[in-house]
Every structure is written in C-alpha cells, then in structure tokens.
Design a binder for this molecule. Structure first.
Ligand code: KG4
Ligand code: ZN
Length: 354
C-alpha cells in the first residue's frame, strides 16, 4: 500500500489516552485518496493514513470516478485498520466517527459514508458528517495549535477557489468564489496542454522553478461584480492561444517559461484578492488551505506579502493541504463539541454547500 505517513505519528502515539480525551476516527473518500485518521481533541494527529490513487488515474489524464469508487471499496477497511493500529487504539477508544459527506464524487463519497455508518451502528459510536471544505480549512488547526477564529481563509483546490471568513469553528461566510474554473483545475488543464500530464499542480510547481515567470504576459482577471471573486478560464484560454500561435509559427515553446508565467498569473490574483479582503474586512489573521495551497510559489508570495502588511499567515504543511482524513478529524471534533451528530440517513451530497 502506498502510505504517506505523517512525521507526527511516531512521536505522538506514545502518549497515553485519558478518559477526557475526545478521539475522532475520521474517513475521507471524496475524490481519489482513500484516507483514515485518528485525531485527539481536534488538534493532535495520532495516525494519518492515505492510500493515494494518483498512479491509477494518471494514464487517463484525470480522475475516473468509477475507478475511484471501486478502489475506495477495495482499500477502505485496510486504511481504517491501519489508522487504528498506528494510533494504538481500538474502536472502543473512539468517541465519534467523522466522515466527509460532500462535496465530491458521489460514488466515492458513498463508500466513506456507508463505511462510517456501518461502524457507527455496529460499534455504537456517534456519527458526524463533515463538509470537505470545512476539513481543508481545519487542517490549519492541526498545524497551528494557537490558531483560533476569526480569520480569513483562501481555499484553493481542484474543485474550489473560495475566499472564506471563518467566523467561528465550523461557521463560514463565503465572500469570494470562482466564476468558472477552480485554481487547481486551471493548473491541471494547463499542465495537460503543455504536455506535463496529471496531476498538473505539483508538476507545474516543480517545472516553474526552472522557468522565467516574466517570459510571457498572461492576463490577471478581475470580476467586475465582486472584487473578491476569481476567474481562471480567460487565463487558461490565453495559455492555449499562446500555444496555438507558437505552433502555427513553428516556434518551439519553452515549457518551463509557460509554466512559470501561468503560475505567476494565478498566484498574483490569489494573493491580491485575498489580502485585499483581509484588509477590507478588518482581520489580522489569514490562512490558506486546499491542494493548491501546497504550491511553493504561492506560499512564498503570501509569506512575503503578509509580512509586509503585518498580517499573521497560517498554512498547513503540504501533506495536510491535499486531501487527507486528519483534517476531517479536526473539523469533526469541533462539530461534535457543538453537539452535531448525524443519523443513519446521512447521505453523500456531491454539491453540498458550505
Ligand atoms: O484539495 P485537493 O487535494 O483535492 C480537491 O479537493 O480538489 O486539491 C487537488 C488540486 C489539484 O488540482 C492539484 O493539481 C492541485 O490541487 N495541486 C497543486 C499543487 N499540489 C496539488 N496546485 C499547484 N501547486 C501544487 N504544488
Ligand atoms: Zn480537497
């Protein structure tokens, strides 16, 4: 099994569990990662198991939903058993089971939700449904023990580009969103167009280090109706037009320059909109989350700009930015503490709103 183990695990699972501890067994299967984790008191990761299906989908150039669901079924129990084993706990120690129930691929979500319901019923453990984006945001609580709401968070993943005011634990106000493609989607599509393949984000991130970000001037879109909204489809078209015109003129493109110039255009827009929102809404704390938040140029740009503007900047480690179950455990803990539990009628909701 391809397990990406957290560095935190070995150090922390030597700590004894007390009766006051709230232990969440968390499950995440919304896309192409089969993941389970045990999280103590919302902030401490006792185990974090991820079976990543990336290799399985690479030859198709993207995630094939049916293949993802089947693989989740095959790996789910194994991943949960491993999470309990690594945390050195049994189901008897678990206080509640948290599971992602949306948004995501319906078949993939159903595997996690059905499994969580079955364990909840059989072991008589409360069930807590978690919003995937709430999970991404909550990854910051694991990494930054001192972080408490309120703050502004940019969630940039394969399916979402949201600017969110985190008013309290699990309480969100979306102030900006993408009008078309999500940031990660743009990375994936441009990577495919320049021949890098799937998944595009990490490949563009790596290749950009060898390119000149100022080589090609790509547009930075503003949305007239809402200054905090994003639009990436014009940028994607500009890259495609550039590639076509080079091909017609017989010019060989420099992949690294295209990657770096495209990445710079995305980063500029994400940084400008986000920090404008932080200032206008009067906050002094800003966090990033989601797969794109692991982008090295984006992290560096936010670090520099936040330092200049005296804004405290929070970001999960790259492993906690992309899909994982520990973040679902953190979000599930705060839901459970608020008294939120779900019945056995909990269903997968592919377009669940925040
Ligand atoms: O959060 P995530 O793992 O799954 C969703 O909830 O969508 O995000 C996946 C997205 C993909 O589009 C992937 O290309 C992008 O995050 N991504 C990156 C990087 N790592 C992953 N984008 C830019 N730079 C990266 N280093
Ligand atoms: Zn995600």
């Amino acid at each position: 099994m391809n397990e990406r183990k957290s560095g935190l695990v070995e150090q922390q699972n030597k700590v004894n569990i007390t009766t006051q501890d709230v232990l969440i067994l968390a499950i995440e299967t919304s896309c192409d990662e089969t993941a389970a984790s045990v999280v103590r008191n919302g902030r401490e990761v006792l185990s974090d198991i991820i079976y990543t299906q990336i290799a399985l989908h690479t030859c198709y150039g993207g995630v094939v939903p049916e293949i993802a669901s089947r693989k989740h079924i095959e790996k789910m129990n194994q991943v949960i058993e491993e999470a309990l084993k690594q945390a050195q706990v049994t189901l008897q120690d678990i206080t509640a089971i948290a599971v992602t129930y949306g948004p995501g691929l319906v078949g993939a979500l159903l595997v996690g939700v059905s499994t969580a319901k079955a364990i909840s019923f059989a072991a008589e453990i409360p069930l807590v449904g978690v919003h995937h984006i709430s999970g991404h945001i909550s990854a910051n609580y694991i990494e930054h023990q001192e972080l408490e709401p309120p703050f502004v968070c940019l969630v940039a993943s394969g399916g979402h580009s949201h600017l969110v005011v985190v008013k309290d634990y699990g309480e969100y106000e979306i102030i900006g969103r993408t009008r078309d493609d999500a940031a990660g989607e743009a990375f994936d599509k441009v990577a495919r167009a320049i021949g890098l393949g799937y998944p595009g984000g990490p490949k563009i991130d790596m290749l950009s280090k060898e390119g000149n970000p100022d080589a090609i001037s790509f547009p930075r879109a503003k949305v007239a109706e809402n200054e905090y909204d994003f639009s990436f489809s014009g940028l994607k078209s500009a890259v495609l037009n550039y590639l076509n015109s080079c091909q017609m003129k017989g010019i060989t493109i420099c992949q690294a320059d295209v990657a770096a110039s495209f990445q710079k255009a995305v980063v500029d827009v994400l940084v400008e909109h986000s920090l404008h929102a932080v200032k206008e809404f009067g906050y002094d704390k800003f966090a990033i989350a989601g797969g794109v938040a692991s982008n090295s140029t984006l992290r560096k740009a936010f670090e520099e700009e936040c330092a200049k503007r005296k804004i405290q900047f929070f970001h999960p480690s790259p492993r906690l930015c992309t899909d994982n179950a520990a973040m679902i455990g953190a979000a599930g803990y705060y839901e459970y503490q608020k008294g939120v539990t779900h019945g056995y009628d909990l269903n997968a909701v592919p377009n669940l709103s925040l």
